[in-house]
Design a protein. Structure first.
Length: 367
């Protein structure tokens, strides 16, 4: 029986095992030298003077919220279509998520929607660089500066993408990343926070990551968490980052092949990237025309019958009960994308023959 083509698969490109064994043999399995090495390498790659590793991308956002001293009732503007870690955390911390709509072509948050949602209580704007795209940040950052509001760039899906030639994640006050198994580089689970903010903020990131302890053992200065990445994970991340160019090249090649095969097919609208964005695409996302394909969910089932795992787009916040108190009528694009986006397999190591098979199967499913 033919094996299923997974939507994503972790792929190790080089001598990850060597470094993992080295960390293992050192017996430093919690903290250790690879944690620092990984953070340093990340700074070098992303061009930041500061990076702090954490145990996942959700912790990265949580850590930023804590260091920003956000408190109950503070408003945070968050896109209503995207992976909703930032929104979940808002609920967990009794903050008020205020949802902004996204653009139908880029799937990224809409500047005009953000502008409408700012109030005196707005403490943070979160943008999500969905599927490897980068939000049009210039106008958002300009407005946020004027209003003295921090901006967090959730770059969990956009490591390696560029906006006006700068790395995604480095553009706003705070950038967060995820290294979960499906992400562009992986440590199993893992994350990173970078920031341009001052030393006090950086110190708070360190404190909240580490139980609120600074130098003196068991002296808790703030009620902190344990968000630390292990030395074992950092050893994998360090190696992946050292080989990032290989990963980048593979992904670009795979994306370009998909694009060639699908961009002119009636009924398929690929995610668009503005001319100021050079994306490193994380997943192959597109909108399917219902009149030509039937429902997106029926296509997911039919693709599975062909042994291809695909994914639906995110649920818009209006479609989720947990955000009921915060539903809003003006999130039409998010609601539309939520029903019609499909993501095809794209991962480091996917074969050209697999991409051709996937594209052919999808095209043949037109009514
Ligand atoms: C945009 C975005 N933000 C945050 C996260 C959370 O990251 P993690 O799964 O590492 O906690 C993810 C992915 O899972 C994501 O795609």
């Amino acid at each position: 029986m033919k094996k299923i083509i997974p939507w994503s698969q972790a792929h190790f490109v080089s001598n990850e095992k060597f470094h993992l064994n080295k960390a293992f043999d050192s017996t430093w399995v919690s903290g250790g030298e690879y944690v620092e090495k990984f953070e340093k390498e990340f700074c070098k790659y992303i061009k930041s003077d500061f990076a702090i590793s954490v145990n996942n991308g959700t912790s990265a956002i949580h850590l930023a919220y804590l260091a920003l001293k956000l408190k109950a009732g503070d408003e945070i503007i968050i896109p209503s279509f995207g992976y909703l870690a930032a929104a979940n955390l808002a609920l967990l911390m009794n903050l008020k998520p205020v949802f902004a709509d996204v653009d139908l072509d880029t799937f990224c948050v809409n500047f005009s929607s953000i502008k409408k949602k700012i109030t005196k209580k707005t403490k943070l704007i979160v943008v999500i660089n969905t599927y490897g795209n980068v939000c049009d940040l210039r106008p958002i950052l300009k407005l946020a500066k004027l209003k003295k509001i921090n901006v967090l760039e959730d770059s969990a899906e956009s490591l390696g993408s560029k906006y006006y030639n700068k790395n995604s994640g480095i553009l706003a006050d705070i950038g967060t990343f995820s290294f979960q198994a499906t992400k562009t580089i992986t440590t199993g689970e893992g994350g990173m926070v970078i920031t341009k903010k001052n030393k006090e903020f950086k110190d708070l990131l360190n404190l909240y990551r580490n139980h609120g302890i600074k130098n003196k053992r068991y002296m808790h200065l703030v009620p902190g968490h344990n968000f630390r990445l292990t030395n074992l994970q950092a050893a994998i991340g360090y190696t992946q980052l050292k080989n990032f160019n290989k990963i980048l090249k593979n992904r670009k090649k795979s994306y370009n092949l998909y694009k060639k095969l699908l961009q002119n097919i009636k009924g398929i609208k690929l995610q668009k990237f503005q001319s100021n964005v050079r994306p490193l695409v994380w997943t192959m996302a597109m909108v399917l025309d219902k009149n030509i394909f039937g429902s997106r969910d029926s296509i997911i089932k039919k693709m599975l019958k062909k042994k291809i795992e695909t994914r639906n787009g995110f649920y818009s916040t209006n479609r989720l009960k947990i955000f009921k108190k915060f539903h809003s009528k003006d999130l039409k694009n998010s609601d539309y994308l939520s029903r019609n986006v499909i993501c095809l397999p794209l991962f480091n190591g996917i074969k050209n023959s697999q991409i051709k098979y996937i594209a052919k199967c999808l095209i043949n499913l037109r009514k």
